[in-house]
Ligand binder design. Structure first.
Ligand code: VGL
Ligand code: ZN
Length: 209
């Protein structure tokens, strides 16, 4: 698969809290870093995202007395999985992993900063209507196809890819540059959605420049 000047690499949430030792560690999460470094030089455009929650965020189990992490609740916008406190604005856990070296990244997009709404996707928050601004940014810069890598495959990477498709953008996930949480069959479920939405899955070795 050939990369073009209108392609962008979206590096999703490679933050300390999603890596081993972090508050919401994804198994082997830091293993995505060398994979991302191996493909980044081929892209003319790179965008990073950061999960960026307020203290006491509505997606934290700690904000809901009696609830535990990984349980589900109903919020006004629908079902919401509850997580351990993670990626709180300004904390070390919210920093990008220090091994991630992408000085050429053109934009760092933060999401999930409204206390009442979670945001897995880099495009739309979990109410499915509040926009992050990324769609407009890509449109104004004429970036027309997104490649995705990072954490977590079955949450923020996957939701971002599906939203890209909803916006009419081709979306390609670099599967070996992602790691999954895999909570209650979340990988199988989202892969079904990838198939119906035509999200493409490739490995980093399938890219040529
Ligand atoms: C994520 C759960 C909660 C992710 C973020 O980056 O995939 N998952 N917040
Ligand atoms: Zn989060």
């Amino acid at each position: 698969m050939k990369i073009t000047p209108q392609d962008v690499l979206l590096v999703i949430d490679v933050q300390n809290d999603f890596c081993p030792g972090g508050a919401l560690a994804v198994a082997d999460g830091d293993a995505v870093i060398p994979m991302i470094h191996s493909v980044a030089p081929r892209f003319q455009h790179i965008i990073l995202t950061q999960d960026w929650h307020t203290p006491g965020h509505n997606s934290f189990a700690s904000a809901h007395p009696g609830k535990k992490p990984f349980e589900q609740i109903e919020l006004p916008y629908g079902p919401q999985t509850l997580w351990p406190d993670h990626c709180v604005q300004g904390t070390r856990g919210a920093d990008c992993h220090p091994a991630l070296q992408l000085t050429r990244a053109e934009l760092i997009l933060r999401k999930g900063f409204r206390r009442e709404i979670d945001s897995y996707s880099a495009f739309f928050e979990n109410d499915r209507t509040t926009q992050t601004g990324l769609a407009g940014y890509l449109r104004e810069r004429d970036l027309t196809r997104v490649f995705l890598a990072g954490l977590a495959y079955d949450y923020c990477v996957g939701y971002s890819a599906l939203d890209a498709r909803r916006l009419g953008l081709p979306a390609v996930i670099l599967r070996d540059a992602c790691r999954a949480i895999d909570l209650n069959g979340s990988v199988a479920a989202i892969e079904q959605e990838f198939a119906s939405a035509s999200v493409e899955l490739v490995n980093t070795a399938d890219l040529s420049s």
